[in-house]
Design a protein around this ligand. Structure first.
Ligand code: AP5
Length: 191
């Protein structure tokens, strides 16, 4: 199995590039942000709990997202590989993911980390906020809080995979196609 973590701060292009990557490589896309927004749209208890955190730009508790990923892995027994987008976001999530994948006799192949400057991130998200309907994109203070959460809790996840020599940095600024080409260059020799 080929299991990819597409990593990077909010607005770095994980969702945009994920769509192209799953089309090219036939991976199952697991985005915890999309799964949580789906729960919110259906007004489930999990969604209502998650919304409190997301509206403030804070991370949702680990046990909530780990449970969602565990179910998603079980629901796709014939997958040829997974693309994790927005997960893992804490060291505890990374450890839980490793355990879940070990149970399925597989592991993370590589983490590709998109590098984008902070002001570019803020401008991209504010622009999307004009049309997306995402409450966490409309307020610059909330966007900056998401970036602070990334630095405080999520950046360490790259250190976790660095220990296993699984992290590759990829330029995340430029055109969508240029960035996609940079990602494919790293994936192709590993598939
Ligand atoms: P999540 O949905 O994961 O959002 P995020 O990581 O904050 O980032 P985005 O989806 O906003 O950005 P992206 O990197 O996917 O970029 P995109 O391609 O969309 O998480 C939302 C919230 O859910 C979190 O704050 C947290 O509360 C909760 N959550 C989710 N997962 C969690 C977890 N594991 N643990 C705990 N809590 C969790 O692009 C952004 C914009 O830029 C788009 O408009 C796009 O068109 C544009 N763009 C993309 N590429 C380019 C380019 N090359 N040039 C110009 N513009 C571009």
């Amino acid at each position: 199995m080929f299991n990819l973590i597409l990593f990077g701060p909010p607005g770095s292009g994980k969702g945009t590039q994920s769509e192209k990557l799953i089309a090219s490589y036939g991976l199952i896309h697991l985005s915890t942000g999309d799964l949580l927004r789906n729960e919110i749209a259906r007004q489930t208890p999990l969604g209502l709990e998650a919304k409190n955190f997301m509206d403030k730009g804070r991370l949702v508790p680990d046990e909530v997202v780990i449970g969602m990923i565990s179910s998603a892995l079980d629901n796709n027994p014939n997958a040829k590989g997974f693309l994790f987008d927005g997960f893992p976001r804490t060291a505890a999530q990374a450890e839980a993911l490793d355990k879940l994948l070990t149970l399925k006799q597989t592991s993370i192949t590589v983490m590709l980390a998109l590098e984008v400057g902070e002001e570019e991130l803020v401008q991209r998200l504010l622009k999307r906020g004009k049309t997306s309907g995402r409450s966490d994109d409309t307020n610059e203070a909330i966007i900056r809080e998401r970036i602070v959460e990334y630095h405080n809790k999520t950046a360490a996840v790259a250190d976790y995979y660095l220990k296993f020599n699984k992290v590759v940095m990829v330029k995340g600024e430029g055109s969508v196609d240029e960035i996609f080409a940079g990602l494919c260059k790293e994936i192709d020799p590993r598939v």
